[in-house]
Design a protein around this ligand. Sequence first.
Ligand code: PLP
Length: 315
Amino acid sequence: MTSPASATVLVFLDPEFDNGRMADASKPQLMATDQGATRGDGVFESLLAVGGRPRKLQAHLNRLAGSARLLELDIPAADAWGRAIETAISEYRNGQLASGGTEADEVVVKLLVTRGVEGASSPTCWVQASPPPAAGRRQRETGIDVILLDRGYDSEIGERAPWLLLGAKTLSYAVNMAALRYAHKHGADDVIFTSADGQVLEGPTSTVLLAHLETSEDGAGRVRTVRRLITPQLDSGILPGTSQGALFTAAKAAGWELGYGPLEPKDLLDADAVWLISSIRLLAPVNHIDGQEIGTPELRRQLTAELNALFATVE
Ligand code: PLP
């Protein structure tokens, strides 16, 4: 097997190369004056390719275009991204086979856009293909312990202060990474941010989901269980998750009822199960929040298996 660094494939979007221009990930490729490096000024997407096929491709391309619009970045059209993504995935998989590995089942594909070098008028755009982190795969199985952290904004700031770019997936993730390091130092795996006005927002790299089961009797002795899947409302200054969106569509078709916040921390603690969901780690069941167990191990396992089966149908 190759190491993750040497396995990484880079494909730059370049008008002179229809399918993207390959570049060596072990060599410097960006100018030191690129505003992605000097200001964290840019946008990105992370998606998972399974069996060589990028999942939820259109949803990721739509969100990338939306993020770019919010930052007033003029990026290449979706078909140019699609060709560069195909090049990156197939080169990555060929590289794995050539170095004696097995065919890569899961590949992490990142789409990156910076405002470009200082003084230039066009953004720098590239696709990166690399192996999925082992921790994420493990956490899908074992679940995670989470702490609640105050993000310091109220839930209406997104509308009041659009320059904060809260609905965009920007390259400025230093705060999100700092929150994760804080959680790790305090013995937790991950974070759920809350707003200054006490609402549940999102994880630093994930969307929050919770499930409630309600069992009722119809009077004729028939017991009916209503399964409800709930996420914080999308206009509370959070990133709209492509995984949450796709899972909600699949769950609705399977008879789940859907709900959107506002949610408070006590709603999480009272839930039958809570997950952090994202494109690479997928559904990570939450075992504890601030030390309090969520639901029961059996219920978490059962509901996670059910939602995993639904999410597996997402293309
Ligand atoms: N919220 C934030 C802040 C994220 O960074 C991410 C993904 O990285 C998500 C939610 C989940 O989005 P998706 O399901 O599209 O991966």
